[in-house]
Write a protein that binds this ligand. Structure first.
Ligand code: PGA
Length: 236
């Protein structure tokens, strides 16, 4: 595990973007696993800058996002597809056909989970997976549980996650209660993982995840078992 402790959110964003840029420079057809949430927004802004300056080419990159709400259409401004389009994809030279987010509107959610896992395996897995961490230790929408869910699955969101995400919705009642998420096995199969965290409110959970017992009650703790984990954080 490599941990970079940075001085500010801006520094976290620049370091994380530089790590992603290095990956794409070395392997232009990188399969990039991406995350939503407020933490990676600055990283995506930096990637857009690098792309605009002509220093980073996304033309051969493929992306797979971690998760999506169930029942929220792609053009709804709280969908994760909308988030990715507006915070990254619309501003870089990526082929939209190469960007993938689970379809939370699928009629048959189980088949959609199977389709998503097959897509990732047809890509020969993920080269670099970007992760944030929730206050309850979730990664993607893998919530604290009695076991690690392996593959893409439907998840009932915990009240703490619904409350945390209510800041983006008109009211807490509008926050979807279910989501699709990549499973722990799929995330752990990524060849490299980049975990980013920012804010003193993330300090405790980050410590538990990186140095506490490995338990599905703190899903991010499983990352201790990954052999190429980079953490970029500012949590002081
Ligand atoms: P945040 O979310 O970046 O908005 O704090 C992180 C997460 O829930 O994974």
């Amino acid at each position: 595990m490599r941990i970079y402790r940075m001085e500010s959110y801006q520094e976290v964003s620049r370091r994380a973007a530089n790590i992603i840029a290095a990956q794409i420079t070395l392997k232009p057809d990188t399969v990039l696993g991406l995350a939503t949430g407020s933490t990676p927004v600055g990283t995506y802004r930096q990637l857009i800058e690098l792309n605009k300056q002509g220093d980073l080419d996304f033309s051969c990159v493929k992306t797979v996002n971690l998760d999506e709400y169930c029942g929220v259409p792609a053009d709804h401004e709280q969908s994760y597809r909308y988030f990715m389009n507006h915070n990254l994809f619309n501003h870089i030279n990526i082929d939209p056909a190469n960007t993938n987010v689970p379809d939370g509107m699928a009629k048959d959610l189980q088949s959609e989970c199977e389709r998503y896992d097959k897509l990732i395996s047809d890509f020969n897995g993920i080269d670099l997976q970007v992760l944030g961490i929730g206050h309850n230790g979730h990664i993607g929408f893998n919530e604290p549980d009695d076991c690690f869910e392996k593959t893409t699955h439907v998840v009932e969101l915990k009240q703490s996650t619904i409350d945390a995400n209510s800041r983006f919705f008109a009211s807490v009642d509008n926050v979807p209660k279910r989501a699709l998420t990549m499973g722990i096995q799929t995330i752990m199969a990524a060849r490299k993982i980049l975990l980013i965290a920012s804010g003193a409110d993330k300090r405790k959970i980050l410590e538990r995840a990186l140095f506490g017992p490995i338990t599905p009650q703190v899903p991010a703790s499983v990352l201790q078992m990954h052999n190429d984990l980079t953490v970029v954080c500012c949590v002081d």
